[in-house]
Ligand binder design. Structure first.
Ligand code: NAP
Length: 259
């Protein structure tokens, strides 16, 4: 299917690795000009070279922290009128809520809720004026099925989800959509680190823990980031203009509910 977005412009956060990189790759393959952002200069430059070589698209790397005002300004300076915005940054640490003080809470709320809210604020009116906009926020399956040790993530992402539920309906009539995509288990660097931490906690070796985690997924395997990227690109397509305010779980059937 031709997604009808060749020549559109996108900003993709957290894009040197994992799910963000996969989204950038899928959009670039559709002929979208992508500005990709992450903090470590050599990694984001390498990702830009690889995505450009694989797709022939215009890929601009920006080394910046997308959760800071300066980082967002740098991304917007490179792409002042984005048609497509993929909000993504690293997730907060796991732990026990008894150990989290105000500073830790504010950091999680900033990184996993407010950074996306501010990017939407800075870009959505331009999308409305131009009559086309697609925003995808990478959140987490924890929004639907919270995980005890991920209280910071559960809470911050639930806040973003509430904001999107209201705002998406406000902008929908201008052909601007805002959706959240909720990843289950995708074996990215973050996921591998989490498996390692869980193995340590449960006194198991890495491979044993990996098998246990895989066994919880109905599909019997972890997701490939490219599968996530392709869903993201579809939600940014011309064809997806009637899908908005949704929370789309992509988890290989791990969540056991009917809805
Ligand atoms: P990942 O493999 O660790 O990749 C994270 C990417 O984001 C890297 O490019 C990293 O590069 C960049 N990044 C991190 N913090 C940033 C910041 N403040 N500003 C700009 N770039 C930043 O992670 P992932 O697995 O793709 O996860 C992406 C998001 O999905 C996270 O929020 C994660 O919690 C969530 N999630 C993932 C899974 C999963 O199974 N993988 C499941 C549920 C939720 P730098 O460090 O160089 O900046």
């Amino acid at each position: 299917m031709d997604l009808g977005i060749a020549g559109r412009k996108a900003i993709v956060g957290g894009a040197s690795a994992g799910l963000g990189r996969a989204c950038a790759m899928s959009l670039a393959r559709e002929g979208v000009d992508v500005v990709i952002v992450s903090r470590t200069p050599e990694n984001i430059e390498k990702a830009a070279e690889e995505i450009a070589a694989a797709t022939g698209a215009n890929v601009t790397p920006i080394a910046a922290d997308i959760t800071s005002d300066e980082g967002r300004a740098a991304a917007l300076a490179a792409c002042p009128e984005p048609d497509i915005l993929i909000n993504n940054a690293g997730g907060p640490p796991s732990g026990n809520f008894r150990d989290w003080d105000r500073e830790i809470w504010f950091s999680a709320l900033n990184n996993n809720m407010l950074a996306s809210v501010f990017m939407i604020k800075d870009t959505v009116d331009g999308m409305i004026e131009r009559g086309f906009g697609r925003v995808v926020n990478i959140t987490s399956s924890a929004v639907k099925a919270p995980i005890g040790i991920l209280g910071l993530s559960n809470a911050a992402r639930a806040g973003l989800t509430g904001f999107v539920a209201g705002t998406s309906r406000e902008v929908a009539k201008h052909n601007v959509t805002i959706n959240n995509v909720l990843p289950g288990d995708f074996e990215t660097e973050r996921h591998i680190d989490n498996t390692r931490a869980m193995a340590k906690l449960k006194d198991k070796d890495f491979e044993e823990m990996r098998q246990i985690r895989q066994g919880l997924v109905a599909a019997g395997r972890f997701g490939d980031p490219s599968e996530f990227g392709e869903l993201c690109a579809y939600l940014c397509s011309n064809q997806a203009g009637f899908i908005t305010g949704q929370n789309m779980l992509i988890d290989g059937g791990k969540y056991p509910g009917t809805f």
